[in-house]
Ligand binder design. Structure first.
Ligand SMILES: Cc1cn([C@H]2C[C@H](O)[C@@H](COP(=O)(O)OP(=O)(O)OP(=O)(O)O)O2)c(=O)[nH]c1=O
Length: 196
């Protein structure tokens, strides 16, 4: 009925997949922003800032014509931010620390529409079983951890390491479906389903 098109300001195939899961086919428009945390910035502030920046850049690039979604995911363990691993050593350090521990995954989603930003954050807790250096080395070889915050993918092989989850599976994967749908509703956006 409505011709409204949602723009997803993201290069993450996972985020696209999660929108597809609820019948939304977004226009995919990756944006390139500097994702370096600022000095002393909390994880909460970091994910909010980056999600909003991604959505705003997407809105700028598309002349404010469409509602634009941006999202950012990072982990938190013992006060330390878990970003995408720089290399194997970085991934190994993170995964060894996560071994037999709980950590948090924070994902913020921002929606920029008609010049207004709507934003929300999903925080989940994840418990890893004990994992060995050998398992981490094998896991790294699969390529899966390379482009993921915290060096793992809940939706992938890393599922064998995950003992428990409290929170949002889709949020851990990069786009919390429930919170995203609430955001769209808040902004008065309907009629996105099943359009091509
Ligand atoms: C923890 C976790 C993260 N991830 C992914 C989601 C995100 O793609 C990535 C975190 O990096 P982000 O910087 O949030 O996203 P991105 O660089 O991949 O994409 P863009 O900025 O263009 O939107 O980690 C998983 O796929 N599974 C997981 O279990």
């Amino acid at each position: 009925m409505s011709a409204l098109q949602l723009v997803l300001a993201s290069a993450s195939p996972r985020r696209q997949e999660l929108l597809t899961q609820i019948g939304i086919t977004p226009l995919v428009h990756p944006v390139d922003i500097d994702e370096t945390p600022q000095q002393g910035e909390s994880v909460t502030d970091l994910v909010l800032r980056l999600a909003e920046q991604k959505a705003q850049q997407g809105a700028l690039d598309t002349n404010g014509q469409y509602p634009v979604l941006g999202s950012d995911t990072v982990g938190l363990l013992n006060g330390q931010v878990l970003l995408k691993p720089r290399d194997f050593a970085d991934a190994e350090r993170m995964l060894l620390e996560m071994s037999n521990q709980w950590h948090e995954i924070h994902t913020s989603v921002a929606l920029v529409y008609k010049g207004v930003s709507h934003i929300t954050t999903s925080v989940s807790r994840v418990k890893f079983r004990a994992i060995s250096r050998d398992e981490i080395a094998d896991y790294w070889q699969t390529g899966e951890p390379h482009d993921k915050a915290g060096a793992y993918a809940v939706q992938g092989i890393a599922a064998i390491f995950i003992e428990r989850i409290e929170g949002s599976y889709s949020g851990i994967m990069g786009l919390p479906i429930f919170e995203t749908s609430q955001l769209l509703q808040q902004a008065g956006i309907t009629g996105l389903l099943k359009q091509s």
